[in-house]
Design a protein around this ligand. Structure first.
Ligand code: GLU
Length: 289
């Protein structure tokens, strides 16, 4: 049975290659016929959907061997299920902050669930469904550091954030004076720089920082300041003008109404001690534009 499915997938991949289409290295089965919508535009194997996630954000989007875990991953699975895709039809693709728009614009992914804030600037080149969560930008510092209690205290400090994130942009635009900003490809690298004493603080969304602070290697060494200074509305990134936005918003509303949203949040970030801002969560999906 497994062999049969594998053979079918291999045969399908071979046919795609013969037909001159770019074939992916995905290993998910493709039961053509059972899927309402194949991924038309992206070059993914027929009947599969390519979903961009983070691979290095514990509790949100994390790759551990062949396992993908986190709130974004579980929300993605739920939404894909509502669109007619089983878990074995999902191919997860690493989507670092700086590459997200490009991955969507070039058709390398069909949708992105990756702590991806909805912004007007990003909306110029891609579309968003959602939001499905609201976080806030915060700071991570050494556990014994009481000198930094908010972004105003960053003058003369070395700060780390991620290239292509709203977190780095906000520091550059609103708090840059006298702060030395180091930009890395991912937040895990920033936390390594913090625990090594190379920077004084890491900045990004509180939910991301809480997940990184809770991993055994960092526990007790760092702390989240707990003074959020932005609203980050997490959306589902889509190619500009995608016709999937309405269906995704319907799925998000259903996920919130049936209790799944609350459960997934508790399962994935509960252990870190993070508590979502209850005034802003769960959010209402915005109108698709
Ligand atoms: N939510 C922010 C953003 O989309 C920061 C987190 C991230 O880089 O994924 O830029």
């Amino acid at each position: 049975m497994r062999t049969g499915r594998l053979f079918t997938a291999m045969a399908a991949a071979a046919m795609l290659t013969l037909a001159g289409c770019s074939s992916s290295d995905d290993d998910s089965g493709s039961d053509s016929g059972s899927t309402p919508e194949a991924s038309e535009s992206s070059g993914g194997a027929e009947g599969t959907i390519r979903i961009g996630i983070k691979f290095d954000q514990p509790g949100l989007g994390f790759k551990d061997g062949n396992e993908y875990t986190g709130f974004d991953v579980d929300v993605a699975k739920y939404v894909a299920g509502e669109l007619g895709y089983g878990e074995d039809q999902i191919e997860f693709v690493q989507s670092p902050s700086a590459q997200r728009e490009n991955l969507l614009q070039t058709g390398q992914v069909d949708m992105i669930f990756a702590t991806y804030s909805i912004t007007d600037k990003r909306k110029e080149v891609i579309s968003f469904a959602g939001p499905y969560f609201v976080a806030g930008q915060d700071l991570l510092v050494a556990a014994d550091d009481d000198s930094i209690t908010g972004p105003e205290d960053l003058e003369g400090k070395n700060l780390c954030s991620v290239t292509g994130s709203t977190s780095a942009e906000r520091i550059k635009n609103e708090y840059a004076t006298g702060t030395n900003l180091l930009q890395q490809p991912g937040y895990a690298e920033c936390v390594t720089a913090l625990t090594a004493g190379q920077v004084d603080a890491v900045t990004t969304d509180d939910i991301i920082l809480a997940g990184l602070a809770a991993v055994p290697a960092n526990k007790g060494k760092v702390k989240v300041v707990g003074n959020p200074f932005s609203e980050e509305n997490y959306g589902v990134g889509l190619p500009k003008g995608s016709d999937k936005c309405e269906a995704i918003n319907t799925a998000i509303s259903k996920m919130i109404d049936d209790g799944t949203w609350k459960q997934l949040l508790a399962d994935n970030v509960g252990a870190s001690g993070y508590e979502a801002n209850a005034d802003l969560n769960p959010p209402e999906p915005a109108a698709c534009s």
